[in-house]
Design a protein around this ligand. Structure first.
Ligand code: FES
Length: 316
């Protein structure tokens, strides 16, 4: 696990209604660990709250990280704290960048769908496309223009940005028709709320899976169902074995038994609890593994995924 960093908040920018950009720099002026477009960092907030936020600045910058934070109406403390309590000059612990939403750098063209605050990783990707002279188009779908971050920065790109504001258009954007008009070889990148992600997934079903990329910040599917059953886990390294009851996750069972396993979101969207599977077939319920990775069945997210076999042998 890479070491945490302590960074200073050097700017707080009201980017749009309900969206703040937090700029973080090393207090000593050191260069920060590099990141790729699509990467996120974790902010460690008071009350043991850890939240992931996508980096939105140009990935060539080494002197700062910028994250865009939308104020969630259902905030469990993370975005509310960022909006109401953070001040310039405060220090924050952060986990270094990780990337589960990488650009396919060799793609002949890039089509981005950003829903609301989902623009944050996409804006970093667009800056990469511009720096590398690669063709791109953005479909930016928002409830209202006032809530759309980075509109000023996007303005010079003219027709390469399709902005759809529901309140002006009187309804939601026709994603199926936008995707139907794309060349067959483009790569599609989507970040936004679950209904947008599912709509793009359905509309892009005809594309090869490796050309369609998602960054889920809300779970794709519920982590539990009424028909869940108990199963067993064996820990290959320690030799311990436990039953996972129908109403608990593997992660909870391990913690109940005094084992410390890395975790963060606990809802299948961050990949920090990924564990190698040595035997058995996981019932994947996370939102981060690709279809090909799921098929391999050699890793799983133990905060939400369960088992299709009676026993799973884990590399723990
Ligand atoms: S803790 Fe985030 S995916 Fe499991």
């Amino acid at each position: 696990m890479p070491e945490e960093l302590t960074l200073r908040i050097t700017d707080l920018i009201a980017e749009a209604k309900g969206v703040i950009v937090v700029e973080l720099r090393s207090p000593a002026g050191d260069a920060l660990p590099p990141f790729e477009p699509g990467a996120h960092i974790e902010l460690h907030l008071p009350g043991d709250i850890v939240r992931q936020y996508s980096l939105c600045n140009d990935a060539r910058e080494t002197h700062r990280y910028c994250v865009g934070v939308g104020l969630s109406p259902t905030s469990r403390g993370g975005s509310r704290h960022v909006h109401q309590s953070l001040r310039v000059g405060d220090t924050l612990k952060i986990s270094p960048p990780r990337n589960h939403f990488p650009l396919a750098e060799d793609a002949p063209g890039f089509v981005f769908f950003a829903g609301g605050i989902g623009i944050t990783p996409v804006w970093s990707m667009i800056q990469w496309c511009e720096a590398n002279k690669r063709p791109w188009h953005l479909f930016y779908l928002v409830r209202s223009r006032q809530r759309a971050a980075f509109l000023e920065a996007l303005r010079p790109f003219g027709e390469r940005v399709t902005l759809h504001a529901d309140d002006e258009a009187g309804g939601v954007f026709d994603i199926a028709s936008a995707i139907a008009q794309q060349p067959a070889d483009v790569h599609v990148f989507t970040c936004g709320p679950t209904p947008l992600m599912l709509a793009v997934e359905a509309a892009a079903a005809g594309f090869p899976q490796e050309q369609v990329h998602f960054e889920w910040f809300t779970p794709k599917q519920p982590s539990s169902t009424a028909t869940d059953e108990a199963f067993h886990i064996q820990l290959a390294r320690s030799g311990e074995a436990f039953e996972v009851p129908a109403d608990k996750s593997i992660l909870q069972v391990l913690e109940d038994n005094g084992l410390r396993v890395e975790s963060s979101c606990r809802e299948g969207t961050c990949a920090s609890c990924e564990v190698c599977v040595l035997d058995g077939i996981p019932d994947h319920r996370d939102s981060v593994l690709t279809a090909a990775e799921r098929k391999n069945n050699d890793v799983m997210m133990i905060c939400v995924s369960r088992s299709l076999s009676k026993t799973l042998v884990l590399d723990l």
